[in-house]
Design a protein around this ligand. Structure first.
Ligand code: NZQ
Ligand code: ZN
Length: 388
């Protein structure tokens, strides 16, 4: 573990079939006014809404609602949420849903008392909040983003065609999150596997950086092997509690800042995917799966040793006298077959990307410098072209 870092994760987790009981423990810590934030209605169909309302009432809370948070929440919706939270004089924002709802709740929490335009301040200028922040709690219903235990908040500006994430500090992390794996059973298969690939991508974004011997890499390999194993089980039987609970826990640890420690971290798959998302509004995990292999094949020569290690330790490829290059390429082929078998989207055309969007997508791609190669604009273009 070279370098210096601090580690603190202030989010309290309640995990398991009885996790929702934790809500009753948490609610007394906050004032009367609760802004209940949720998405397009899945929580009403699967009964989670009623359960949450019952607990809020039992705790004598004034309940205000902000519904209709869309996947890939927008800056326009954020403005609406700020108005709702002000009207409610919210003491707590309770997000019930997936990453979009949790991310949105965090964005509202730092924007209610902000005198500036939140999009400009947090997502364009990347400034930190200087105002009072409303506490956020989450009841998670979709697994993948890790938003339940991190400071990430990703907002899309449809006019500017930008989808940008701000990774806020500890003061914006959810105060608590409730993780009941059974709440994820009603997810359609498309969303389940999209979330699974999001988890895989989060781990890989951190793993594919640096050349030192680092404990984080060993943890990442373990998380990846657990994820691959449980995915197979969950595909066979989506109600397999053991598999779904392992996937849920892996998602949280994939992006709660632990495995990033001591790593420069890459994040270019996410930058490419978010650019595709900004132009197509496609499902997050699928934008990542569609660009991953073109990206990894492009940078493989620059991180050869790590790609070879990945092939052996995660995908079980055997050396048997092969070169690092052969091993590394074989690892990516095994990964590709697994992705196809899992049902992931393997190209951006399927997500609605057209040739005419290419220039815009190149422009919307932020370039990060923590991975094995710092891409030029021409590299970004080549990778996106190979993703069609
Ligand atoms: O809106 P409802 O009706 O609730 O339906 C949702 C939505 O359509 C549905 N859903 C959620 N739970 C369900 C369910 N349907 C049936 N049963 C359930 N139990 O699933 C759909 C997708 O939900 P969404 O919240 O959009 O998915 P996800 O959790 O993948 O979140 C995606 C957003 O998170 C951002 C992404 O960019 C995207 O905007 N990310 C956030 C990160 C973070 N905070 O650190 C990091 C990630 O890399 C990611 O960028
Ligand atoms: Zn992601």
């Amino acid at each position: 573990m070279l370098g210096n870092f601090t580690y603190c994760n202030p989010t309290k987790l309640y995990f398991g079939k009885d996790a929702l009981e934790g809500l009753s423990e948490e609610l007394p810590k906050y004032g009367k006014n609760v802004l209940l934030v949720y998405g397009g209605g899945s929580i009403k169909k699967n009964g989670i809404y009623e359960k949450v309302i019952e607990i809020l009432k039992a705790n004598s809370k004034n309940i205000y609602e902000d519904a209709g948070v869309m996947p890939n929440p927008t800056s326009d919706k954020l403005a609406e949420g700020v108005t709702r939270a002000k009207e409610a004089n919210a003491d707590l924002i309770l997000a019930v849903g997936g990453g979009s709802v949790c991310d949105y709740a965090k964005a509202v929490s730092v924007s209610v008392n902000c005198n500036d335009d939140p999009w400009e301040k947090y997502f364009i200028r990347f400034e930190e909040p200087s105002c009072e922040i409303i506490p956020v709690g989450c009841v998670l219903t979709m697994v993948g983003t890790g938003s339940e235990m991190n400071g990430g908040s990703v907002i899309t500006n449809r006019v500017q065609k930008l989808k940008i994430g701000h990774v806020f500090g500890e003061e914006v992390f959810p105060k608590f999150s409730i993780l009941n794996p059974e709440f994820t059973f009603t997810l359609p298969k498309y969303q389940m596997i999209s979330g699974i690939y999001d988890i895989m991508s989060h781990i890989l974004e951190q793993y594919f950086s640096g050349t030192d011997d680092n404990t984080s890499d060993y943890i990442s390999e373990g998380l990846l092997r657990s994820l691959i194993h449980s995915t197979e089980k969950a595909l066979e039987n989506p109600s397999d509690y053991e598999a779904r609970s392992n996937i849920m826990w892996t998602a949280t640890w994939a992006l709660n800042t632990l495995v990033a420690k001591g790593k420069t971290t890459d994040w270019m798959v996410h930058m490419l995917g978010q650019s595709v998302g900004a132009h197509t509004d496609a499902t997050h995990g699928m934008t990542l799966s569609a660009v991953s292999l073109p990206y990894y094949r492009y940078i493989l020569p620059y991180g050869l040793k790590k790609f070879a290690r990945y092939a052996v330790n995660v995908w079980g490829v055997k050396y048997e006298g092969k070169t690092d290059r052969q091993i590394a390429e074989e690892g990516l082929s095994v990964m590709e077959n697994w992705m196809k078998k899992t049902g992931l989207v393997m190209n951006i055309t399927e997500l609605g990307a057209t040739e005419t969007m290419l220039d815009g997508m190149v422009k919307s791609t932020l370039i990060m410098d923590g991975g094995y190669k710092v891409l030029s604009e021409a590299d970004v273009r080549n990778i996106l072209k190979a993703s069609y």
